[in-house]
Design a binder for this molecule. Structure first.
Ligand code: GUN
Length: 280
């Protein structure tokens, strides 16, 4: 089975769109997403453009604030403070990576946790780790929704996550623990990477290495979620060698058209949740 992330994202966006219309009819208010983009990195520009396009399509207000790569940290912090206090702004996202003079930790910590649609603020990270209500980072949230389309009950499954980033690996582990999975995180310093992966009922590949996961890395009948986005010539490929694993796995996500579209749909979902939490 090939998991159609594009279709699942469309279903989620449709639900969000309907809910926004319904709330707008009652309150005349819609969610607002503000995105800060610093510098001129092409992938970041593409991501941000997609975020804006998608948020407008579901009926949200979207606002991109662009800065040149030499903007000061002070100026960005001032803008975030302004957005924190703006009642028309439901969600704030600062596109990563940031230029060297801007401290990532300082920036993330300055965002109002109740508007932190990325789920990167320590308050949200801590709440997620404690099993409390939290805003969950978009990529792992999208991965979990896709996994649950294949298998509803994940209790007792062995999940292996390749990669330990704050954006994906660590929150993914928390989400799967909450689903009662046995979770292993493997990374660049892990010994016997292949053997560890081959034990996985659910394998999440977020290593950032093109086609790292080969046929003999995966278990028969497993669910494989490919978070990788790597340029190979003029093609985008994932961290999984798709052609090699597709007949061995029970289900696998393609790249493109797998996790990517779900990530943006989950950003819209988080923005809607932040907006609803402020409606009184
Ligand atoms: N850069 C790459 N992925 C992300 C993401 O999920 N959020 C933000 N803010 N920046 C990113």
């Amino acid at each position: 089975m090939i998991i159609d992330g594009k279709k699942e994202a469309e279903i989620l966006r449709d639900e969000i769109k309907k809910e926004i219309i319904s709330i707008k009819n009652k309150t005349n208010k819609v969610p607002g997403l503000s995105v800060i983009l610093i510098g001129d990195l092409v992938p970041s520009q593409i991501y941000v453009r997609n975020k804006e396009k998608n948020s407008k399509e579901v009926g949200m207000n979207s606002n991109i604030i662009k800065y040149s790569k030499d903007v000061t940290e002070e100026e960005v912090l001032k803008k975030i403070k302004e957005l924190n206090n703006d009642k028309n702004v439901s969600g704030i996202l600062v596109q990563l990576p940031l230029p060297d003079q801007i401290g990532k930790e300082k920036i993330i910590n300055s965002i109002d946790p109740s508007k932190d649609v990325d789920g990167f603020h320590p308050i949200n990270v801590g709440n997620l780790a404690s099993g409390y209500k939290a805003i969950v980072p978009c990529t792992p949230l999208g991965c979990l929704i896709l996994i649950k389309k294949v298998e509803k009950n994940l209790s007792g499954k062995h999940a292996v996550i390749i990669g330990r980033s704050n954006l994906n690996g660590k929150p993914m582990a928390q989400l799967l623990l909450k689903e009662n999975c046995t979770v292993t995180i493997v990374h660049t310093k892990t010994k016997n990477l292949k053997e560890e992966c081959s034990k996985a009922d659910i394998l999440i590949a977020a290593a950032g290495k093109a086609k790292l996961v080969k046929k003999d890395w995966v278990k028969n009948g497993s669910i494989i979620i490919d978070v990788g986005i790597n340029q190979e010539g003029d093609k985008i490929v994932g961290d999984v060698s798709f052609e090699e694993v597709k007949d061995k796995a029970k289900a696998v996500t393609p790249v493109p058209g797998g996790v990517g579209p779900m990530t943006i749909a989950c950003l819209l979902k988080n923005t809607l949740e932040c907006f609803k939490a402020r409606l009184t």
